[in-house]
Design a binder for this molecule. Structure first.
Ligand code: DAH
Length: 344
């Protein structure tokens, strides 16, 4: 009977003498005293043999053993862990040249957009901005596309259910109305931004894309000014030697045109891009309809101007030889990181 008390006292003395010198020895110590088959466990099971009046005494003694064993373990473990950490820190070579930090890449749409902006900035255009969630009036009505006008069918969009009259803009032309209603001519702006259409998504089209709008209003601005400005752009952007203006229709310009640039038919790529014609369609343009000027509070007898708008994605696909427009919106890093070396 006294035996088991004696065994506990001896084990306490033993624990106090234990001196594990490293993590392996500490682990052996843990298994011996604290593990599931440890000395202490089996001593605790001895409780059964202890008569009731001494159970309390025995319990306290075993607890004290357990506590001492546990504390010793925790203290040594903390010390060994700290040693290990210090040792690995010493191995750090602080003189080594660091790995280059990996920088993000600009999105191909941003790269393309920036190139276009830079070209127009050279000839005095400044960047203007407008909202993506827009009032019907700026997107359509001011731009000479009143409700029930058939031209609205060409640009179906997403409407804000709880706010009648609010929609996702279908083109950057809303910025024309925004600028004309808030500034006085001369106006010479380009407006890049995201636009939306209610369209089925495919390899060639998407429900969201980007455009750049241009607007130039002053006294005596003519069709010839427009042509020369766009020709300059075509030269800078495509190295094109020729442009072609084809008659077209937009509600907000009169006359309206579509511009093609001459890429030629010499390479397989230009033949593919131009469907064998040598001409690549780039943008819509025209003289701002006097009614649009009046809608926006500009005297159409004093001022005239031209405007143009073009999609950016198609240029980005062409510039970087990207086969599917959806790559531009999936944000897959394996795709996007390929542009980290491109100067934006
Ligand atoms: N807003 C037209 C579109 O999305 C593009 C456009 C055509 C803009 C002619 C213009 C313009 O400013 O003059 O299809």
């Amino acid at each position: 009977m006294n035996d088991i008390f004696e065994q506990v006292r001896q084990t306490i003395a033993q624990v106090q003498q234990e001196q594990p010198n490293n993590t392996q020895e500490l682990e052996a110590y843990r298994i011996q005293y604290l593990g599931s088959k440890s000395t202490i466990k089996s001593l605790m099971e001895g409780m059964r043999e202890v008569p009731n009046e001494r159970k309390k005494e025995f319990g306290q003694l075993v607890n004290s053993l357990k506590q001492q064993a546990e504390e010793k373990y925790q203290t040594l473990k903390a010390a060994f862990d700290a040693q290990a950490e210090a040792a690995s820190a010493v191995q750090l070579d602080l003189t080594r040249t660091p790995e280059p930090a990996s920088l993000g890449a600009r999105h191909p749409v941003s790269i393309t957009m920036n190139r276009i902006i830079r070209i127009f900035e050279k000839i005095g255009f400044v960047v203007a901005d407008g909202p993506e969630v827009e009032h019907d009036w700026y997107n359509f009505t001011a731009m000479n596309t009143p409700e029930d006008h058939p031209a609205r069918d060409m640009q179906d969009t997403f409407y804000v259910v709880d706010a009648p009259g609010l929609l996702l803009r279908t083109h950057t032309s809303n910025v024309q109305a925004r600028v004309m209603t808030s500034r006085k001519p001369p106006i010479r702006i380009i407006a890049p931004g995201r636009v939306f259409r209610n369209e089925t998504i495919s390899a060639r089209s998407h429900a969201q894309f980007h455009q750049i709008e241009g607007l130039y209003i002053d006294e005596g601005v003519s069709f010839a000014d427009m042509k020369q400005t766009l020709y300059f752009f075509a030269q800078e952007m495509f190295g094109a030697t020729k442009i072609r203006l084809r008659p077209s229709f937009f509600p907000f310009t009169e006359p309206s045109a579509e511009m093609d640039v001459w890429l030629g038919t010499e390479t397989e790529e230009t033949r593919r891009l131009t469907k064998g014609t040598g001409w690549l369609e780039i943008l819509g343009c025209g003289m701002v309809d006097p009614q649009v000027l009046e809608n926006c509070g500009i005297d159409s007898t004093q001022y005239s101007g031209f405007a143009f708008g073009m999609g950016i994605e198609r240029q980005a696909l062409r510039l970087f030889n990207i086969p599917d427009i959806r790559f531009l919106f999936e944000n897959d890093v394996r795709f996007l990181s390929q542009f980290s070396q491109v100067i934006a």
